[in-house]
Design a protein around this ligand. Structure first.
Ligand SMILES: Nc1ncnc2c1ncn2[C@@H]1O[C@H](COP(=O)(O)OP(=O)(O)OP(=O)(O)O)[C@@H](O)[C@H]1O
Ligand SMILES: Cc1ncc(CO)c(N)n1
Length: 260
């Protein structure tokens, strides 16, 4: 059985963070483990509060998991502060864990800050341990301190980020004006993963789901490009299934394949 570890924040409403990740990992038939960086009080309408886990306790969780069940791949989401980030980066480096996908979650859709100070420097040590980083368009723009206005600029931004952080980059297109096209730059080649924008406001946790599905693909032994292709297919199906829960931007349906 392949194993995937998610290091992220808890979303008590079950749509994003740790909960979305574990559902995704289970839906892929893999064994999921979780190290929690923060509790959040949130639902489909927004985040009302955040309680970070002390860095020393985060380390305790990491050591407990990794020393016993070594993960085949790791997905990293919300990281409230730099001390936590350094603990995570050091553990990955020390344990030589390389199948690492980092989703540089900065803020919730409502604008509530989730990770650090969201500057390019904040993520530096963690990106150094990543096989892939998965910013959305605003996050990629923030990391570079540049605007990203069209597809050409998405391609340029991905290449700049890959060079700056020495890692592969997937820029997600959920915040583009049209479509839902994602762009992967591996360091050597660039490839677009086209997506049709589904007319569905229930997209809470799309970014978390995509990054954990990519980690699943890597754990299963797929090369990065194929892992991204499969993850995008899984995500699109989970949006298209049309689950409609809550009073705001609802969660995805992770179990849709079981009902086919
Ligand atoms: N309405 C939609 N229809 C189809 N695909 C979508 C839609 N919205 C987002 N996506 C896809 O979902 C994934 C996440 O993209 P997005 O840019 O929304 O990330 P994010 O902002 O990090 O997500 P989150 O809202 O979870 O923080 C991408 O693959 C994107 O193309
Ligand atoms: C815990 C958590 N992680 C990530 C996101 C971004 O979707 C969220 N809303 N909550």
């Amino acid at each position: 059985m392949k194993t995937v570890l998610t290091i992220a924040g808890s979303d008590c409403s079950g749509g994003a963070g740790i909960q979305a990740d574990l559902k995704t990992i289970a839906a892929h038939g893999l064994y999921g483990m979780s190290v929690i960086t923060a509790l959040t009080a949130q639902n489909t309408l927004g985040v009302s509060d955040v309680m970070p886990v002390p860095a020393a306790f985060l380390k305790e969780q990491l050591d407990s998991v990794i020393s016993d069940i070594r993960p085949d791949a790791v997905k990293i989401g919300m990281i409230p502060d730099k001390e936590q980030l350094l603990v995570i980066a050091a553990a990955l480096k020390e344990q030589k864990i390389t199948q690492v996908v980092v989703d540089p979650v900065m803020a919730a859709t409502s604008g509530r800050k989730l990770s650090g100070d969201a500057s390019g420097d904040f993520f530096l040590e963690l990106f150094a341990e990543a096989a892939l980083i998965t910013p959305n368009i605003p996050e990629a723009a923030r990391l570079l301190g540049e605007e990203i206005r069209d597809k050409k600029e998405v391609e340029q931004a991905a290449a700049s980020l890959a060079k700056k952080y020495h890692t592969a980059v997937l820029i997600k297109g959920g915040h583009a004006d049209t479509g839902a096209d994602d762009y992967l730059f591996t360091g050597k080649e660039g490839v677009w993963f086209p997506g049709t924008r589904l007319d569905n406001t229930n997209t809470h946790g799309t970014g978390c789901t995509l990054s954990s599905a990519i980690a699943c693909g890597l754990a299963e032994g797929f090369l990065l490009k194929e892992a991204v292709r499969r993850a995008k297919e899984y995500l699109t199906g989970a949006i298209a299934a049309g689950l409609d829960l809550g009073h705001g931007n609802g969660p995805l349906d992770h179990m849709y394949r079981l009902r086919k």
